[in-house]
Design a protein around this ligand. Structure first.
Ligand code: PMT
Length: 434
Protein backbone atom coordinates (compact mmCIF):
# COMPACT_ATOMS: atom_id res chain seq x y z
CA UNK A 1 0.00 0.00 0.00
CA UNK A 2 1.27 3.45 -0.86
CA UNK A 3 2.07 5.78 1.97
CA UNK A 4 0.82 8.78 0.04
CA UNK A 5 -2.88 9.18 0.80
CA UNK A 6 -5.17 9.65 -2.17
CA UNK A 7 -6.83 12.63 -0.49
CA UNK A 8 -4.86 15.67 0.58
CA UNK A 9 -4.58 16.40 4.27
CA UNK A 10 -7.43 18.47 5.68
CA UNK A 11 -6.21 21.87 6.69
CA UNK A 12 -7.63 23.58 9.73
CA UNK A 13 -9.70 26.62 8.77
CA UNK A 14 -7.91 29.92 9.02
CA UNK A 15 -8.95 32.14 11.91
CA UNK A 16 -10.61 35.39 10.90
CA UNK A 17 -7.99 37.34 12.81
CA UNK A 18 -5.15 35.65 10.91
CA UNK A 19 -4.72 38.17 8.08
CA UNK A 20 -1.46 36.62 6.93
CA UNK A 21 -3.20 33.32 6.32
CA UNK A 22 -6.09 34.97 4.49
CA UNK A 23 -3.89 37.09 2.28
CA UNK A 24 -1.20 34.56 1.30
CA UNK A 25 -2.34 31.54 -0.70
CA UNK A 26 -0.58 28.32 0.24
CA UNK A 27 2.06 27.57 -2.38
CA UNK A 28 1.79 23.80 -2.38
CA UNK A 29 -1.85 23.16 -1.49
CA UNK A 30 -2.89 19.67 -2.60
CA UNK A 31 0.61 18.91 -3.88
CA UNK A 32 2.04 15.53 -2.96
CA UNK A 33 5.77 15.62 -2.43
CA UNK A 34 8.22 12.83 -1.79
CA UNK A 35 11.08 14.14 0.35
CA UNK A 36 14.20 11.99 0.07
CA UNK A 37 16.82 12.24 2.83
CA UNK A 38 20.30 10.80 2.31
CA UNK A 39 23.22 10.34 4.68
CA UNK A 40 24.76 13.75 5.21
CA UNK A 41 25.19 15.77 8.38
CA UNK A 42 22.78 18.22 6.70
CA UNK A 43 20.02 15.60 7.17
CA UNK A 44 18.89 17.51 10.26
CA UNK A 45 18.09 20.48 8.01
CA UNK A 46 15.59 18.42 6.03
CA UNK A 47 13.36 18.56 9.10
CA UNK A 48 13.09 22.32 8.41
CA UNK A 49 12.42 21.65 4.73
CA UNK A 50 9.65 19.19 5.69
CA UNK A 51 8.03 21.68 8.07
CA UNK A 52 8.19 24.50 5.52
CA UNK A 53 6.59 22.28 2.86
CA UNK A 54 3.80 21.27 5.22
CA UNK A 55 3.27 24.91 6.22
CA UNK A 56 2.71 25.68 2.55
CA UNK A 57 0.01 23.03 2.32
CA UNK A 58 2.01 20.12 0.84
CA UNK A 59 1.32 16.52 1.72
CA UNK A 60 4.81 15.12 2.27
CA UNK A 61 6.00 11.54 2.59
CA UNK A 62 9.62 10.95 3.56
CA UNK A 63 11.95 8.28 2.20
CA UNK A 64 15.28 7.83 3.96
CA UNK A 65 18.40 5.94 3.02
CA UNK A 66 19.95 3.67 5.64
CA UNK A 67 22.79 6.10 6.29
CA UNK A 68 20.38 9.04 6.71
CA UNK A 69 18.82 7.22 9.67
CA UNK A 70 22.19 7.41 11.44
CA UNK A 71 21.90 11.22 11.49
CA UNK A 72 18.16 11.68 12.20
CA UNK A 73 15.64 9.10 13.37
CA UNK A 74 12.69 8.24 11.11
CA UNK A 75 10.40 9.00 14.04
CA UNK A 76 11.15 12.74 13.73
CA UNK A 77 9.90 12.77 10.15
CA UNK A 78 6.96 10.48 10.93
CA UNK A 79 5.69 12.73 13.70
CA UNK A 80 5.93 15.86 11.53
CA UNK A 81 4.73 14.39 8.23
CA UNK A 82 2.07 12.21 9.83
CA UNK A 83 3.08 9.40 7.48
CA UNK A 84 5.28 6.35 8.04
CA UNK A 85 8.82 6.91 6.77
CA UNK A 86 9.75 4.48 3.98
CA UNK A 87 13.18 2.89 4.15
CA UNK A 88 12.92 -0.50 2.50
CA UNK A 89 13.04 -1.39 -1.16
CA UNK A 90 10.95 -4.46 -0.39
CA UNK A 91 7.52 -3.54 0.98
CA UNK A 92 5.56 -6.27 2.74
CA UNK A 93 2.88 -8.35 1.01
CA UNK A 94 4.35 -8.09 -2.47
CA UNK A 95 4.24 -4.29 -2.46
CA UNK A 96 6.69 -2.57 -4.82
CA UNK A 97 7.08 0.92 -3.29
CA UNK A 98 9.72 2.01 -5.81
CA UNK A 99 7.06 1.61 -8.51
CA UNK A 100 3.98 2.95 -6.72
CA UNK A 101 5.35 5.90 -4.74
CA UNK A 102 6.68 8.06 -7.60
CA UNK A 103 3.54 7.68 -9.72
CA UNK A 104 1.50 9.41 -7.02
CA UNK A 105 3.91 12.30 -6.39
CA UNK A 106 3.79 15.76 -7.95
CA UNK A 107 7.54 16.16 -7.33
CA UNK A 108 10.46 14.46 -5.63
CA UNK A 109 12.89 16.56 -3.62
CA UNK A 110 16.06 14.97 -2.26
CA UNK A 111 17.55 17.21 0.42
CA UNK A 112 20.29 16.61 1.31
CA UNK A 113 21.58 14.74 -1.69
CA UNK A 114 25.04 13.25 -1.06
CA UNK A 115 27.80 12.84 -3.65
CA UNK A 116 27.08 9.11 -3.64
CA UNK A 117 23.38 9.65 -4.28
CA UNK A 118 24.07 12.12 -7.12
CA UNK A 119 26.41 9.58 -8.70
CA UNK A 120 23.86 6.78 -8.38
CA UNK A 121 21.15 8.90 -10.02
CA UNK A 122 23.46 9.90 -12.87
CA UNK A 123 24.51 6.29 -13.46
CA UNK A 124 21.00 4.87 -13.08
CA UNK A 125 21.79 2.65 -10.09
CA UNK A 126 18.89 1.57 -7.89
CA UNK A 127 20.18 -0.47 -4.96
CA UNK A 128 17.86 1.04 -2.35
CA UNK A 129 14.32 2.42 -2.29
CA UNK A 130 15.18 6.08 -2.88
CA UNK A 131 17.58 5.52 -5.79
CA UNK A 132 15.30 2.87 -7.34
CA UNK A 133 12.21 5.08 -7.29
CA UNK A 134 14.17 7.90 -8.98
CA UNK A 135 14.44 5.58 -11.98
CA UNK A 136 10.69 5.21 -12.14
CA UNK A 137 9.77 8.85 -11.58
CA UNK A 138 7.98 10.82 -14.28
CA UNK A 139 7.44 13.89 -12.07
CA UNK A 140 9.94 16.79 -11.63
CA UNK A 141 13.06 15.92 -9.62
CA UNK A 142 15.01 18.35 -7.45
CA UNK A 143 18.33 17.43 -5.89
CA UNK A 144 19.73 19.71 -3.19
CA UNK A 145 23.36 18.65 -2.74
CA UNK A 146 25.31 18.74 0.50
CA UNK A 147 28.86 17.46 0.75
CA UNK A 148 32.44 18.52 1.33
CA UNK A 149 33.69 21.29 -0.98
CA UNK A 150 36.37 19.08 -2.56
CA UNK A 151 33.78 16.40 -3.28
CA UNK A 152 31.47 18.93 -4.96
CA UNK A 153 34.24 20.29 -7.17
CA UNK A 154 35.58 16.82 -8.07
CA UNK A 155 35.39 16.31 -11.85
CA UNK A 156 33.43 13.08 -11.39
CA UNK A 157 30.69 14.82 -9.41
CA UNK A 158 30.63 17.82 -11.75
CA UNK A 159 30.22 15.43 -14.70
CA UNK A 160 27.32 13.72 -12.90
CA UNK A 161 25.71 17.09 -12.19
CA UNK A 162 25.95 18.04 -15.87
CA UNK A 163 24.51 14.65 -16.88
CA UNK A 164 21.56 15.04 -14.53
CA UNK A 165 20.88 18.64 -15.58
CA UNK A 166 21.05 17.53 -19.20
CA UNK A 167 18.24 15.07 -18.40
CA UNK A 168 16.10 17.85 -16.97
CA UNK A 169 16.76 17.14 -13.27
CA UNK A 170 17.05 20.32 -11.21
CA UNK A 171 20.36 20.09 -9.36
CA UNK A 172 20.65 23.12 -7.09
CA UNK A 173 24.00 24.74 -6.38
CA UNK A 174 25.25 24.09 -2.84
CA UNK A 175 26.00 27.14 -0.74
CA UNK A 176 29.40 28.41 0.32
CA UNK A 177 30.28 28.63 3.99
CA UNK A 178 31.65 26.63 6.92
CA UNK A 179 31.50 22.88 6.25
CA UNK A 180 31.44 19.91 8.63
CA UNK A 181 35.20 19.53 8.09
CA UNK A 182 35.73 22.98 9.61
CA UNK A 183 36.89 24.30 6.23
CA UNK A 184 35.11 27.08 4.36
CA UNK A 185 33.92 25.86 0.99
CA UNK A 186 31.06 25.25 -1.38
CA UNK A 187 29.04 22.28 -0.23
CA UNK A 188 26.40 23.40 2.25
CA UNK A 189 22.79 22.37 1.69
CA UNK A 190 21.04 25.24 -0.15
CA UNK A 191 18.81 27.29 2.15
CA UNK A 192 15.29 25.91 2.49
CA UNK A 193 13.89 29.07 0.82
CA UNK A 194 15.98 28.24 -2.26
CA UNK A 195 14.75 24.63 -2.24
CA UNK A 196 11.13 25.71 -1.87
CA UNK A 197 11.63 28.45 -4.48
CA UNK A 198 12.88 25.89 -6.99
CA UNK A 199 9.93 23.64 -6.24
CA UNK A 200 7.51 26.53 -6.62
CA UNK A 201 9.07 27.53 -9.94
CA UNK A 202 8.60 23.98 -11.20
CA UNK A 203 5.13 23.27 -9.83
CA UNK A 204 3.53 26.63 -10.34
CA UNK A 205 5.59 28.35 -13.02
CA UNK A 206 4.58 31.94 -13.47
CA UNK A 207 3.95 32.44 -17.14
CA UNK A 208 4.07 36.22 -16.84
CA UNK A 209 6.72 36.55 -19.61
CA UNK A 210 4.67 34.72 -22.22
CA UNK A 211 4.85 36.51 -25.56
CA UNK A 212 8.11 38.31 -24.74
CA UNK A 213 11.34 37.75 -26.67
CA UNK A 214 14.33 38.23 -24.42
CA UNK A 215 17.87 38.74 -25.64
CA UNK A 216 20.53 38.12 -22.97
CA UNK A 217 24.30 38.51 -23.11
CA UNK A 218 26.52 36.64 -20.66
CA UNK A 219 30.12 35.90 -19.77
CA UNK A 220 33.35 37.70 -20.58
CA UNK A 221 34.84 38.61 -23.94
CA UNK A 222 38.39 37.67 -24.96
CA UNK A 223 40.44 40.21 -26.89
CA UNK A 224 43.35 38.71 -28.78
CA UNK A 225 46.93 39.78 -27.99
CA UNK A 226 48.57 36.99 -29.98
CA UNK A 227 47.62 33.39 -30.91
CA UNK A 228 48.01 32.20 -27.29
CA UNK A 229 47.15 35.25 -25.18
CA UNK A 230 44.12 37.45 -24.67
CA UNK A 231 42.68 40.19 -22.42
CA UNK A 232 39.63 39.04 -20.48
CA UNK A 233 38.01 39.09 -17.04
CA UNK A 234 36.65 36.73 -14.38
CA UNK A 235 33.02 36.63 -15.54
CA UNK A 236 31.75 33.03 -15.53
CA UNK A 237 28.45 33.64 -17.33
CA UNK A 238 26.44 32.44 -14.30
CA UNK A 239 24.37 35.63 -13.98
CA UNK A 240 23.44 35.81 -17.65
CA UNK A 241 22.65 32.09 -17.86
CA UNK A 242 20.45 32.36 -14.74
CA UNK A 243 18.56 35.23 -16.41
CA UNK A 244 18.09 33.25 -19.61
CA UNK A 245 16.79 30.24 -17.65
CA UNK A 246 14.45 32.34 -15.50
CA UNK A 247 12.93 34.17 -18.49
CA UNK A 248 12.47 30.82 -20.27
CA UNK A 249 10.79 29.29 -17.20
CA UNK A 250 8.40 32.23 -17.09
CA UNK A 251 7.26 31.72 -20.64
CA UNK A 252 9.51 33.99 -22.74
CA UNK A 253 11.32 33.01 -25.90
CA UNK A 254 14.99 33.55 -25.10
CA UNK A 255 18.15 34.11 -27.11
CA UNK A 256 21.52 33.99 -25.33
CA UNK A 257 24.76 35.42 -26.70
CA UNK A 258 27.57 34.07 -24.57
CA UNK A 259 31.24 34.84 -24.28
CA UNK A 260 33.54 31.92 -23.38
CA UNK A 261 32.03 30.00 -20.45
CA UNK A 262 32.25 26.48 -19.05
CA UNK A 263 28.48 26.38 -18.44
CA UNK A 264 26.11 24.26 -20.54
CA UNK A 265 23.63 26.21 -22.64
CA UNK A 266 20.22 26.41 -20.92
CA UNK A 267 17.55 24.09 -22.33
CA UNK A 268 15.02 25.62 -24.67
CA UNK A 269 17.13 28.73 -25.30
CA UNK A 270 18.59 29.75 -28.69
CA UNK A 271 22.30 30.31 -28.09
CA UNK A 272 25.34 31.70 -29.89
CA UNK A 273 28.92 31.54 -28.63
CA UNK A 274 31.21 34.49 -29.30
CA UNK A 275 34.72 35.44 -28.22
CA UNK A 276 35.35 39.12 -28.81
CA UNK A 277 33.43 42.33 -28.10
CA UNK A 278 33.17 42.84 -31.86
CA UNK A 279 31.55 39.40 -32.31
CA UNK A 280 29.22 40.01 -29.37
CA UNK A 281 28.24 43.38 -30.82
CA UNK A 282 27.35 41.76 -34.15
CA UNK A 283 25.42 38.88 -32.53
CA UNK A 284 23.44 41.26 -30.32
CA UNK A 285 22.63 43.85 -32.98
CA UNK A 286 21.54 41.08 -35.37
CA UNK A 287 18.94 39.91 -32.84
CA UNK A 288 17.82 43.36 -31.64
CA UNK A 289 14.81 43.79 -33.92
CA UNK A 290 13.56 40.32 -32.94
CA UNK A 291 13.64 41.11 -29.22
CA UNK A 292 11.29 42.94 -26.87
CA UNK A 293 13.71 43.04 -23.93
CA UNK A 294 17.52 43.11 -23.96
CA UNK A 295 19.59 42.30 -20.86
CA UNK A 296 23.35 42.94 -21.06
CA UNK A 297 24.81 40.88 -18.23
CA UNK A 298 28.07 40.25 -20.11
CA UNK A 299 31.32 41.73 -18.86
CA UNK A 300 32.57 43.14 -22.16
CA UNK A 301 36.24 44.13 -22.35
CA UNK A 302 36.56 47.91 -22.65
CA UNK A 303 39.83 47.72 -24.62
CA UNK A 304 41.47 45.43 -27.14
CA UNK A 305 45.00 45.35 -28.55
CA UNK A 306 45.18 47.69 -31.53
CA UNK A 307 47.26 45.25 -33.57
CA UNK A 308 46.91 41.59 -32.47
CA UNK A 309 50.16 39.75 -33.28
CA UNK A 310 49.97 36.97 -35.85
CA UNK A 311 52.64 34.94 -34.08
CA UNK A 312 53.42 34.39 -30.40
CA UNK A 313 55.10 37.44 -28.86
CA UNK A 314 58.59 36.64 -27.64
CA UNK A 315 59.78 37.42 -24.13
CA UNK A 316 62.27 40.29 -24.07
CA UNK A 317 65.12 39.93 -21.58
CA UNK A 318 65.47 43.65 -21.02
CA UNK A 319 63.06 46.51 -20.81
CA UNK A 320 59.26 46.46 -20.57
CA UNK A 321 56.79 45.31 -23.18
CA UNK A 322 54.16 47.75 -24.35
CA UNK A 323 50.71 46.87 -25.60
CA UNK A 324 48.73 49.49 -27.47
CA UNK A 325 45.01 49.31 -26.77
CA UNK A 326 41.96 50.79 -28.47
CA UNK A 327 38.42 50.98 -27.09
CA UNK A 328 36.01 48.18 -28.03
CA UNK A 329 32.55 48.96 -29.34
CA UNK A 330 30.13 49.90 -26.52
CA UNK A 331 27.44 47.36 -27.30
CA UNK A 332 24.81 48.78 -24.96
CA UNK A 333 25.26 52.27 -26.34
CA UNK A 334 24.88 50.91 -29.87
CA UNK A 335 21.74 48.99 -28.93
CA UNK A 336 20.36 52.04 -27.18
CA UNK A 337 20.79 54.15 -30.32
CA UNK A 338 19.37 51.47 -32.62
CA UNK A 339 16.44 50.32 -30.53
CA UNK A 340 12.85 50.81 -31.45
CA UNK A 341 10.55 49.66 -28.64
CA UNK A 342 12.84 47.34 -26.71
CA UNK A 343 13.36 47.59 -22.96
CA UNK A 344 17.10 47.84 -22.25
CA UNK A 345 18.62 46.47 -19.05
CA UNK A 346 22.30 46.96 -18.24
CA UNK A 347 24.62 45.88 -15.48
CA UNK A 348 27.26 47.91 -13.68
CA UNK A 349 30.03 46.07 -11.89
CA UNK A 350 31.47 48.46 -9.30
CA UNK A 351 33.80 48.18 -6.36
CA UNK A 352 32.69 51.48 -4.74
CA UNK A 353 29.83 54.03 -4.90
CA UNK A 354 27.76 51.34 -6.60
CA UNK A 355 24.43 53.18 -6.62
CA UNK A 356 25.81 56.53 -7.80
CA UNK A 357 27.93 54.98 -10.55
CA UNK A 358 25.14 52.67 -11.68
CA UNK A 359 22.82 55.70 -11.94
CA UNK A 360 25.37 57.50 -14.11
CA UNK A 361 25.55 54.49 -16.46
CA UNK A 362 21.75 54.19 -16.58
CA UNK A 363 21.50 57.74 -17.90
CA UNK A 364 24.65 57.74 -20.03
CA UNK A 365 23.57 54.59 -21.89
CA UNK A 366 19.85 55.49 -22.04
CA UNK A 367 18.71 52.38 -20.14
CA UNK A 368 15.37 51.49 -18.58
CA UNK A 369 16.87 49.53 -15.71
CA UNK A 370 20.35 48.95 -14.37
CA UNK A 371 21.61 46.28 -12.00
CA UNK A 372 24.45 47.68 -9.90
CA UNK A 373 26.71 44.88 -8.67
CA UNK A 374 28.96 45.30 -5.67
CA UNK A 375 31.82 43.20 -7.03
CA UNK A 376 34.39 44.04 -4.34
CA UNK A 377 32.65 41.98 -1.63
CA UNK A 378 33.94 38.46 -0.92
CA UNK A 379 31.72 35.62 -2.20
CA UNK A 380 29.62 37.70 -4.58
CA UNK A 381 29.89 39.07 -8.12
CA UNK A 382 32.32 37.63 -10.66
CA UNK A 383 32.45 33.82 -10.79
CA UNK A 384 30.37 33.44 -7.64
CA UNK A 385 26.92 31.87 -7.24
CA UNK A 386 25.73 35.00 -5.45
CA UNK A 387 25.35 38.67 -6.22
CA UNK A 388 24.75 41.74 -4.09
CA UNK A 389 22.78 44.08 -6.31
CA UNK A 390 20.89 47.33 -6.37
CA UNK A 391 18.18 47.78 -9.01
CA UNK A 392 17.68 51.31 -10.33
CA UNK A 393 15.03 52.14 -12.91
CA UNK A 394 14.60 55.09 -15.25
CA UNK A 395 11.98 56.60 -12.91
CA UNK A 396 14.58 56.83 -10.16
CA UNK A 397 13.32 53.94 -8.07
CA UNK A 398 16.17 52.31 -6.14
CA UNK A 399 15.83 48.81 -4.69
CA UNK A 400 18.83 47.60 -2.68
CA UNK A 401 18.64 43.81 -2.51
CA UNK A 402 20.45 41.58 -0.02
CA UNK A 403 23.11 39.11 -1.20
CA UNK A 404 21.29 36.23 -2.84
CA UNK A 405 21.81 33.33 -5.29
CA UNK A 406 21.98 34.50 -8.92
CA UNK A 407 18.95 32.31 -9.76
CA UNK A 408 16.86 34.30 -7.28
CA UNK A 409 18.30 37.65 -8.37
CA UNK A 410 17.37 36.79 -11.96
CA UNK A 411 13.71 36.59 -10.92
CA UNK A 412 13.97 39.91 -9.04
CA UNK A 413 15.35 41.54 -12.19
CA UNK A 414 12.54 40.10 -14.33
CA UNK A 415 10.00 41.32 -11.74
CA UNK A 416 11.55 44.79 -11.87
CA UNK A 417 11.23 44.87 -15.68
CA UNK A 418 7.55 43.96 -15.37
CA UNK A 419 7.20 46.71 -12.79
CA UNK A 420 8.56 49.45 -15.09
CA UNK A 421 6.02 52.19 -15.54
CA UNK A 422 4.39 52.62 -18.94
CA UNK A 423 5.30 56.30 -18.78
CA UNK A 424 6.51 57.98 -21.91
CA UNK A 425 10.22 58.23 -22.45
CA UNK A 426 12.63 57.80 -25.30
CA UNK A 427 11.33 54.40 -26.34
CA UNK A 428 7.72 53.85 -27.30
CA UNK A 429 5.53 51.89 -27.32
CA UNK A 430 6.39 50.51 -23.91
CA UNK A 431 6.34 46.84 -23.12
CA UNK A 432 3.51 46.73 -20.63
CA UNK A 433 2.65 43.12 -19.97
CA UNK A 434 0.27 43.85 -17.11
O1 PMT B 1 29.32 36.17 -15.19
P1 PMT B 1 29.30 36.09 -13.67
O2 PMT B 1 30.53 35.41 -13.12
O3 PMT B 1 28.01 35.52 -13.17
O4 PMT B 1 29.38 37.58 -13.10
C1 PMT B 1 28.34 38.44 -13.33
C2 PMT B 1 28.83 39.86 -13.62
C3 PMT B 1 29.46 40.44 -12.36
C4 PMT B 1 29.85 39.84 -14.76
C5 PMT B 1 27.57 40.66 -14.14
O5 PMT B 1 26.58 40.51 -13.22
C6 PMT B 1 27.92 42.12 -14.40
O6 PMT B 1 27.98 42.94 -13.53
N1 PMT B 1 28.09 42.39 -15.71
C7 PMT B 1 28.51 43.70 -16.22
C8 PMT B 1 29.95 43.91 -15.93
C9 PMT B 1 30.48 45.13 -16.63
O7 PMT B 1 31.18 44.97 -17.58
O8 PMT B 1 30.07 46.27 -16.18
P2 PMT B 1 30.50 47.67 -16.85
O9 PMT B 1 30.21 48.64 -15.78
O10 PMT B 1 31.90 47.62 -17.38
O11 PMT B 1 29.51 47.84 -18.08
C10 PMT B 1 28.24 48.47 -17.96
C11 PMT B 1 27.27 47.84 -18.94
O12 PMT B 1 27.70 48.11 -20.25
C12 PMT B 1 27.16 46.35 -18.84
O13 PMT B 1 25.80 45.98 -19.01
C13 PMT B 1 28.01 45.82 -19.97
O14 PMT B 1 27.51 44.59 -20.48
C14 PMT B 1 27.88 46.92 -21.00
N2 PMT B 1 29.07 47.10 -21.84
C15 PMT B 1 30.28 47.36 -21.30
C16 PMT B 1 31.38 47.56 -22.12
C17 PMT B 1 31.20 47.47 -23.54
N3 PMT B 1 32.21 47.63 -24.36
N4 PMT B 1 29.99 47.22 -24.04
C18 PMT B 1 28.91 47.04 -23.23
O15 PMT B 1 27.80 46.81 -23.70
Amino acid sequence: MSMIPTKPRRLSSPKKSDNRFLMTPLKFLEKRILLGVTGSIAAYKSVGVLRALIQEGADVSVIMTASATRFVTPLTFEVLSKHPVRLDLFGGGGEMPHLTLPTEADAIVVAPSTANFLAKCALGLGDDLLSALMLNAKCPLILAPAMDGDMWSHPAIQTHVETLRGRGVTVLEPEEGPLASGEIGKGRLPHQDVILGALEAILTPRQDWLGQRVLVSAGPTQEVIDPVRFISNRSSGKMGYALARAARERGAQVSLVSGPSSLSFPRGVECESVHTAEEMNKAMTRRLSWSTVVIMAAAVADFRPTRPAGTKLKKTREGTARLELEPTEDILENLSKMRNSQILVGFAAETQDVTARAKQKLHAKGLDLIVGNAVGLPGTGFDSDHNTAVLIDRDGRVNQLPTMPKELLAHHILDAVLGLSGSTSKTKPRFNPR
